[in-house]
Design a protein around this ligand. Structure first.
Ligand SMILES: C[S@@+](CC[C@H](N)C(=O)[O-])C[C@H]1O[C@@H](n2cnc3c(N)ncnc32)[C@H](O)[C@@H]1O
Length: 414
């Protein structure tokens, strides 16, 4: 998978470029071949969208036409609504085309070849189409006025905590390095950078990377673009027009960061990209830790990359992403077990709220809504860590206790 970094700055001159590194699981050549293949598969998904969704509308139309005449006469708005959906699909496809047009050369040190407009687009899997639909909804969450309430419930608690721990009036926040793994379309990381912190978002999915690159680097006019994120929802609509209502983005100019801001996006698997120990003052995770095959690996990585006295701020549920995927490792732990592992690792939990209600890409007019009862916590890596002979560590508070234990066990004070 590609990963990299690039400045996505306010001046609009410098272009956000992403740097690619490779992991060492198979040969470098094989790795690059697979990555190229994946890259073009995602591009194809962006291009195939229109055909896929139009077919869904055609199905609705076919089924309507099967109805007896007298029943069809009862719902005169049905076909006009489908016609409207078709127009919305075309508009969505225009935005998706613009995203793809802008992503072919977005990586600094990885080329994927040239796009051939004449190349026949291959059909995409339902799985990839679902990802694309989720990506479209992510624009609502991150970059529309309609997503403000959701951002206030998810991002604001994290931002408030950052402001409390690293107060702008007391420290040079440009030196405070904050990492946002699983950054999605980048709004949280962007907001943190807007406050003056040095912030890097990290993302792994090409769907998200292409889209964040587009919004952060190519969009500078407020609410100049339109998407119809709810047209894919055929159930639970109170009014037909709810399905075809637009959202406008970006609700702010993404290129309006202060000129001296330090904001970047890095592409790649969080665990592979961030191996340098003691480098971050703060790791902020939002709806992220349940994307792990093994959440303990994430805890370990966060522990490793935080500087001593650094903090991990988390908000999210535990909807384990790999739970229902055959042949994928998925360790599903309760919050109780996650917390126990965090504490055993040596973190000190300074703030904990076990019930923070939030939504995720919610359609506010839908008759079906999901409410996440999230956990929020701040976990600090102690300033001083003492290492045992066996390579394990003990944070300062537990040191005395442990010393006594060791005294008990070995009969020798350490
Ligand atoms: C549920 S989304 C949350 C996105 C964003 N934080 C938000 O709150 O809107 C999880 C994100 O993590 C990304 N992700 C999953 N595994 C990852 C990994 N190993 N490294 C980096 N990003 C990853 C996904 O692509 C997805 O965009």
């Amino acid at each position: 998978m590609a990963e990299g970094s690039g400045d996505l700055t306010a001046d609009g001159e410098r272009e956000g470029k992403y740097v690619c590194k490779n992991r060492d699981i198979c040969s470098k050549e094989e790795e690059e071949r697979l990555e190229r293949q994946h890259f073009w598969k995602v591009i194809d998904a962006f291009k195939y969208y229109r055909i896929h969704i139009q077919e869904r509308v055609s199905r609705a139309e076919r089924q309507f036409r099967i109805l007896p005449e007298r029943q069809r006469a009862l719902i005169p708005n049905f076909l006009p609504n489908l016609a409207k959906i078709r127009q919305c699909i075309d508009q969505n496809q225009e935005v998706l085309k613009a995203i793809v047009r802008n992503c072919i050369h977005m990586f600094e040190n990885m080329e994927y070849g040239e796009d051939d407009e004449m190349r026949k687009v291959r059909p995409s899997s339902t799985f990839d189409m679902d990802k694309l639909k989720s990506t479209i909804k992510q624009f609502v969450r991150d970059w529309s006025e309609a997503g403000k309430a959701e951002r206030d419930s998810c991002y604001q608690p994290l931002i408030d905590e950052i402001l409390k721990i690293f107060p702008r009036e007391k420290c040079d926040v440009s030196k405070v390095r904050i990492l946002v793994p699983g950054a999605g379309l980048g709004r949280l990381a962007w907001e943190i950078a807007r406050l003056g912190y040095a912030c890097q978002g990290n993302e792994w999915s090409f769907f998200m990377l292409f889209s964040s690159h587009f919004v952060l680097n190519r969009c500078n006019k407020v609410n100049s673009l339109t998407l119809y994120p709810w047209i894919h929802q055929f159930s639970n609509n109170k009014r037909s027009s709810d399905q075809t209502r637009p959202i406008f983005f970006p609700d702010v100019n993404p290129q309006s960061l202060p000129a001296d801001s330090d904001f970047s996006m890095a592409a790649g698997d969080f665990q592979e990209v961030y191996t340098e120990p003691n480098t971050w003052d703060c790791v902020t995770t939002c709806f992220f830790i349940d994307t792990a095959h093994n959440v303990i690996d994430y805890i370990e990585t966060i522990w490793n990359i935080l500087k001593p006295d650094g903090v991990w701020i988390n908000l999210g549920p535990l909807l384990y992403h790999f739970e229902n995927m055959a042949n994928e490792l998925s360790i599903e732990l309760s919050y109780e077990d996650v917390k126990a592992a965090i504490l055993k690792y040596g973190f000190q939990i300074e703030v904990e709220r076990e019930s923070v209600p939030t939504t995720y890409t919610e359609n506010e007019r839908s008759m079906l809504k999901y409410l996440y009862d999230c956990v929020f916590f701040v976990a600090r890596k102690p300033a001083r860590i003492y290492y045992n002979g066996d390579g394990s560590h003990l944070e300062e508070n537990n040191r005395k206790k442990a010393r006594n234990q060791r005294y008990d066990n070995t009969g020798m004070a350490s």
